[in-house]
Design a protein around this ligand. Structure first.
Ligand code: ATP
Ligand code: MG
Length: 434
């Protein structure tokens, strides 16, 4: 099939908005006679005039050939080899065009359901640019930007869907989701982040196949879930997870809350505050994000705790089923518990033995503070009071200035958004007649 090719003067992608190191990779491949395309989320986001999160490159050079062109290149992947080209602050993932897998039923995870299924566990062979576009998940993720002539190449109708702001599967979503159920979480993540509608057949396929999600490697599911929370679209993503029915499968613990409009509004606010938190100063760690996601469940499980009852046990009992389902690494599990217990230091009524300066010196305090700064503002007075109290404690603490500054920056953030300066009323007409 002939692709649609949009020349440079008919689209908005400018090299000025492409990462310099990604350009270096593209040009070196091109100068050695290879095809070199930018692909995936970067092309999608550049066409939407958004800043891409990462830049992926695809080429007809074989992995070994790519590696020989870059000193900083590393081959990764057991089945399908990719090349990671490492720069000081990023990796440019560079892969060779590959085919849509023909051979999908071999090599299935032994623990997986042995029934007739499509789960894709075997990676595939090298292919053409067209084949490479067709094996991708959604049409808007399969556009190429060709560094040779700066054109955009579309084999799958992605440009039309970008214009219509629709997330559409490449091929039958029922098949594509059975091959790789993680694509269902990706659908939510991408649609929520770029504010696209999800195509009705994709929504129906999610309804039909959502239970298969738990058959994927838990680490991949966890990574996709964290991606939902990480990129300033946590609120929209979790709302969409709920509306698509995926929440019932992957996060049943928080479903009752999201089914209740009043409680959902409160939970949505916390995620909104997480989205608003500044990128540089707010520690958006997996533990902070997950503790924020489970905030209300933990609060409910720990309120009315009679003295002597074990707070830690209560917190752990809330996150344990989730931790098992996603094989949450122990370090995150322990850290979430510490952060939640640390929240006691932000309540007006303190435990008798509470020592603020001791809490302040724990290595998890910045994350504890971060969690408080997005959950406490649900109650304005409490937040104002605790913010002032902790500010003076931090200022008088015996620690180095840099550490203090990092903490004060978290405290200074205003999760409700920047205050607007009141403008002087403007004369309605320039001649002075109001
Ligand atoms: P983001 O902006 O979050 O990085 P992205 O679409 O670039 O979104 P990546 O995880 O970086 O997502 O993947 C890069 C590209 O690889 C995707 O755009 C898509 O074309 C392809 N891809 C990733 N995961 C899958 C998958 N599970 N099935 C098919 N194609 C995939
Ligand atoms: Mg990407």
């Amino acid at each position: 099939m002939d692709p649609v090719i949009v020349p440079r003067n008919m689209h908005i992608i400018s090299r000025q908005n492409i990462d310099r190191d990604a350009l270096k990779v593209l040009y070196r491949l091109l100068n050695h006679g290879y095809l070199a395309y930018l692909v995936g989320g970067s092309v999608r986001d550049l066409l939407l005039n958004r800043r891409p999160k990462d830049f992926d490159v695809v080429t007809d050079a074989r992995p070994q050939a790519i590696r020989s062109l870059f000193r900083n290149a590393f081959l990764i992947g057991r089945r399908f080899r990719l090349v990671h080209i490492r720069f000081s602050d990023k990796v440019i993932e560079t892969s060779t065009f590959r085919q849509y897998p023909q051979d999908m039923n071999t090599d299935i995870d032994e623990e997986a359901d042995p029934s007739d299924d499509l789960l894709m566990t075997r990676e595939n062979a090298f292919g053409t640019p067209e084949e490479d576009a067709c094996r991708r998940d959604f049409t808007v993720n399969a556009l190429f930007y060709n560094i040779a002539d700066f054109s955009v190449i579309d084999y799958v109708g992605g440009l039309h869907d970008l214009e219509a702001r629709i997330l559409r599967s490449i091929g039958d979503p029922c098949i594509r989701f059975q091959e790789d159920p993680v694509r269902m979480i990706r659908a939510v993540r991408i649609a929520a982040r770029i504010d696209f509608a999800i195509c009705p057949d994709v929504l129906n396929a999610i309804q039909a196949y959502r239970h298969q999600i738990l058959r994927c490697a838990p680490a991949r599911n966890l990574e996709e879930l964290l991606q939902l929370l990480r990129h300033n679209a946590a609120e929209a993503s979790i709302r969409m997870l709920h509306s698509t029915g995926l929440m019932e499968t992957i996060l049943p613990e928080i479903l009752p809350q999201w089914d209740n409009p009043e409680k959902a509004a409160a939970a949505g606010k916390i995620l909104h505050f997480l989205d608003m938190a500044p990128r540089q100063s707010f520690p958006r760690t997996p533990s902070v994000m997950l503790a924020a996601l489970f905030h209300h469940q933990i609060l409910e499980a720990t309120e009315n705790l009679k003295s002597g009852e074990d707070l830690r046990q209560r917190v752990e009992s809330v996150i344990e089923p989730f931790a098992k389902r996603f094989h949450l690494p122990r370090r995150y599990f322990d850290r979430i518990t510490q952060l939640c217990i640390g929240q006691r230091g932000f309540q007006p009524k303190k435990h008798k033995r509470f020592r603020p300066q001791a809490l302040l010196k724990r290595n998890f305090f910045p994350e504890t503070l971060a969690l408080a700064s997005i959950t406490l503002p649900l109650n304005d007075d409490l937040w104002l009071d605790q913010r002032n109290t902790w500010k003076s404690r931090i200022l008088s603490a015996d620690m180095d200035a840099e550490e203090k500054d990092a903490m004060l920056r978290i405290l200074r953030m205003n999760p409700k958004g920047r205050k607007r300066r009141k403008r002087k009323p403007r004369n309605r007409n320039r001649d002075g007649a109001a």
